[in-house]
Design a protein around this ligand. Structure first.
Ligand code: OAD
Length: 256
């Protein structure tokens, strides 16, 4: 994968970097995306039947079991080179913020420590009634299980369509997008707001915006660079290209 020389130069001098990831970064780990025509979850299921509070009230068992199926799929997969490259970037850039729409927890499993999980985490559950998070519950055979605190039904700890994102996380993501010098948009169709607004915030603030996606998206015409490829291939190539130890020392870096 050829990385443009001008982009390598920008990365060499960058100190504040942010990255937004979507389902595409986990595709090479075997986790289904949402909108990819053949394999995407939404190609086979109707999101409004499964990923909304109304769907859960209509059919809590169906929604709980669909997320249990997705949890099983995620438990059985491993992070891929794209996840590991992003964990390495966190170690090499002086200020690196990883913002993800994914709920699979693979960035944390790959070693990323500062991850803003805008849409929550599929391995966590919380009470649909009192909202308290439930790490463990007594299985009494009832599906969904009951909240140990109030007896209400438990629900997946993810953001559903029509729900607000956690305010603190969104504010931190918007701040990172407004302050960064380089903003990566990786493996996302750039269709779901407010996450899809983040690269726009970065562009308006004068950042270099780099898209990594095998297909075009609504962001493509606006991105400074649009690298047409798989995250698991492009991100390791990017990392290898700019020898980030010079990024740490900043100005006056040793000549190549
Ligand atoms: P999508 O399924 O909408 O988009 C996945 C994107 O990843 C597409 O643009 C693919 O071209 C791209 N892609 C596929 N394989 C890739 C690879 N190996 N490397 C890089 N890119 C690849 O998933 P998201 O954009 O994450 O929200 O969807 C955003 C949100 O919509 C999700 O968080 C979810 C969904 O509804 C909620 O559930 C609230």
């Amino acid at each position: 994968m050829d990385i443009p020389a001008t982009l390598i130069q920008v990365l060499r001098g960058a100190r504040r970097v942010a990255a937004l990831t979507g389902a595409g970064v986990s595709a090479e780990s075997g986790v289904p995306t949402f909108r990819d025509a053949q394999t995407g979850l939404w190609a086979r299921y109707d999101p409004h039947e499964l990923a909304t509070p109304e769907a859960f009230q209509r059919n809590p068992r169906l929604v709980w079991e669909w997320y249990a199926w997705r949890r099983e799929k995620v438990a059985g997969v491993e992070p891929n080179p794209g996840h590991y490259a992003l964990a390495e970037m966190e170690r090499r850039f002086p200020e690196f913020t990883l913002i993800t729409q994914n709920v699979d927890g693979l960035h944390r499993r790959a070693g990323s420590r500062r991850v803003l999980e805008l849409h929550g985490d599929i391995t966590r559950s919380k009470c649909f009634v009192c909202g308290s998070s439930a790490e463990a519950w007594t299985e009494k055979g009832e599906i969904p299980p009951r909240c140990p605190a109030c007896g209400g039904r438990l629900r997946p700890g993810v953001v559903w369509f029509g729900e607000m994102l956690p305010e603190r996380l969104l504010a931190a993501a918007m701040d990172a997008a407004a302050r960064c010098e380089v903003f990566f948009s990786i493996g996302t169709s750039s269709l779901v707001y407010p996450a899809a607004a983040l690269p726009e915030v970065a562009l308006r603030a004068g950042a270099t915006v780099v898209e990594v996606n095998p297909s075009e998206t609504p962001l493509t015409p606006h991105a400074t660079y649009s690298l047409r490829g798989l995250a698991g291939v492009v991100l390791p190539a990017l990392l290898a290209s700019f020898r980030p130890e010079t990024a740490r020392s900043g100005a006056g870096a040793a000549p190549d």
